[in-house]
Design a protein around this ligand. Structure first.
Ligand code: PSU
Ligand code: MN
Length: 303
């Protein structure tokens, strides 16, 4: 495999110690500079505090990396020319010698190929509002129907059509577990209001579901662990709804399309909630990273 797996990650996998994959699009395109670099470092430290090894994934100068050294992590956070790479972009990026941050879809693919089983992010991509007109659906969903990785997230981004996204996940055969809740989380909000069919309450229970899937064999698909942000850390729901409606109208008016839609809306919310959405997003990501490390540890082995 042409992917470069860092020595630390390779050793941990070899010895059966817990490893957690982290995506890099949230760093390069989902958070404002210079806070993004501090967050990238903090997320890796959170994984280590739980006794696991972090493996941030990105493409640097045409090589896919699973596990970044500090200089490469700095580059992903600071270089303004870092591209956003979904899984379909990986081959052209490698061939062109490009540098890019990986989305959930590209990260899940690379991490799974390297033998990692657990991955943490903020919120998944999904079906956008206005889908019937734009056909904008994140490549995250299709890819997660094809790799057997466990993804810990705070649901899908609330900028999306959440019921339609849940419907797609059902159609695609992707298992969804609510962590400590019977409601699907709402990314910035503790609840989207939508129900989930299965609730688990401990990392050991998640590890049990992973073992049951491995034992079943059959078609491969991701396991989504939907972990809500704490109610105390969520964005005020009324503020959320008001600013999001304004942001969606602004995206429409400015003609924002394709890969730019999600970063535009996340930034719009950060600016127009005076940073409150950013704090809720970070609280969600921190919780997901911690839980992912605990799930990786509860599995008892990384492979
Ligand atoms: N979670 C966050 N912030 C982000 C993302 C997730 O808290 O920026 C990124 C992920 O990389 C996800 C991407 O794959 O947003 C979705 O982008 P799109 O809708 O263009 O597929
Ligand atoms: Mn899209």
């Amino acid at each position: 495999m042409s992917t470069h797996v860092s020595e630390e990650v390779r050793e941990a996998l070899h010895e059966g110690r817990p490893v957690v994959a982290l995506e890099s699009t949230i760093i390069a395109h989902g958070l404002p500079r210079p806070r993004n670099l501090a967050v990238a470092r903090e997320l890796e430290a959170l994984v280590r505090d739980e006794g696991a090894v972090p493996a941030t994934v990105a493409v640097i100068d045409g090589t896919a990396h699973v596990g970044l050294d500090p200089a490469r992590l700095d580059r992903i956070a600071e270089d303004p020319d870092v591209r956003k790479l979904g899984h379909r972009d990986l081959a052209p990026a490698l061939a062109a010698g490009a540098t890019g941050a990986t989305t959930v879809s590209a990260t899940a693919w690379l991490a799974d190929s390297a033998g990692l089983r657990v991955f943490a992010t903020g919120g998944l991509g999904g079906v956008h509002r206005e889908w019937t007109r734009t056909q904008d659906e994140s490549a995250d969903l299709q890819l997660l129907s094809r790799v057997g990785i466990t993804v810990v997230c705070a649901g899908v981004k609330s900028i999306l059509d959440v019921p339609a996204t849940l419907q797609r996940l059902e159609t695609l055969g992707v298992t969804v577990l609510g962590y400590g809740t019977d409601r699907f989380p709402g990314f910035y909000l503790a609840s989207s209001g939508e129900p989930v069919d299965w609730t688990v309450r401990t990392p050991e229970e998640v590890a049990g579901v992973m073992r049951a899937r491995d034992a079943l064999g059959g078609p491969t698909a991701a396991l989504i662990v939907a972990n809500p942000v704490a109610a105390a850390d969520q964005l005020d729901p009324a503020l959320h709804d008001r600013v999001l409606a304004q942001g969606l109208a602004a995206a429409e008016e400015k003609g924002i399309t394709g890969q730019a839609v999600t970063p535009f809306l996340l930034e719009y919310l950060t600016v127009h909630t005076h940073g409150a959405s950013l704090e809720a997003n970070l609280a969600a990501v921190r919780g997901n990273v911690r839980l992912a490390a605990r799930i990786a540890a509860a599995r008892g082995d990384a492979g």
